[in-house]
Design a protein around this ligand. Structure first.
Ligand SMILES: CC(C)(COP(=O)(O)OP(=O)(O)OC[C@H]1O[C@@H](n2cnc3c(N)ncnc32)[C@H](O)[C@@H]1OP(=O)(O)O)[C@@H](O)C(=O)NCCC(=O)NCCS
Length: 200
């Protein structure tokens, strides 16, 4: 059970349903719009933003109540950002807040991103946006503050891969084992190159 009302559901919007995202973003009150877009966003901006989401294949996981989108989690394509890191963004209308909708959307978005094999995600929010910062922290985002914005990344790599990438957490014994393993592999390659490999 997810605690959502009986008339509420979470699903990925199809291309034809994308105007529902635009309508949802247009219904956000001025403060929420500012929080969502990290600055002022008038109707024209939102219209073209929603059109771009459709054109560039942004995945939108939505909270829908009676045919209306009241919450959205956006997963932008990696090639939409300069460094290839997919960006994510969230919005929940006031009437649906603090009921766990943002958390459910976040969880579903992570599952979607993992399914696509993305190693990490980026989220950017205003430094004073406590709600988004709390939500991002809940899902392991490490937010750093710069020029009025908090930017964070969420690591989606499987745990064992993360451990290989982060030797700082390893014990000296683990480190010694890794060196022995590396040396063994290196000598196997080297001896193989010169035809000195022993028969197995
Ligand atoms: C951020 C936002 C999506 C959260 O949606 P929500 O449905 O209210 O989130 P949830 O109910 O799942 O709450 C998530 C966590 O954040 C915390 N939280 C929510 N609102 C909070 C607030 N105003 N202040 C402090 N913490 C808050 C909750 O306590 C909760 O943690 P918990 O589960 O441990 O109790 C929503 O406030 C919103 O749409 N804000 C405007 C748009 C925006 O700021 N987008 C971010 C830019 S990407």
């Amino acid at each position: 059970m997810n605690g959502l009302p009986a008339n509420g559901s979470i699903r990925t919007l199809t291309a034809i349903e994308m105007p529902l995202l635009r309508d949802h973003l247009l219904r956000l009150d001025p403060a929420s719009r500012r929080d969502r877009f990290n600055g002022a966003a008038d109707e024209g901006f939102i219209e073209s933003y929603a059109a771009r989401c459709l054109a560039d294949g942004t995945v939108v996981i939505a909270y829908v109540e009676d045919g209306k989108v009241l919450g959205a989690a956006e997963l932008h394509q990696p090639d939409s950002s300069g460094d290839g890191m997919p960006e994510i963004a969230f919005s929940v209308e006031r009437s649906a807040r603090r009921k766990g909708v943002g958390s459910i959307l976040f969880k579903r978005l992570i599952t979607e991103a993992e399914g696509r094999g993305y190693p990490s995600l980026r989220i950017t929010t205003g430094y004073s946006n406590e709600a988004m910062r709390a939500l991002a922290h809940k899902f392991g985002a490490n937010l750093t503050f710069r020029q009025g914005e908090s930017t964070g990344s969420i690591d989606l790599r499987p745990k064992n891969q993360t451990e290989v990438a982060k030797p700082a957490g390893a014990t000296p014994i683990d480190a010694a084992r890794a060196i022995v393993k590396f040396n063994r592999t290196w000598w196997t390659i080297l001896l193989g190159m010169y035809g000195w490999r022993r028969a197995a």
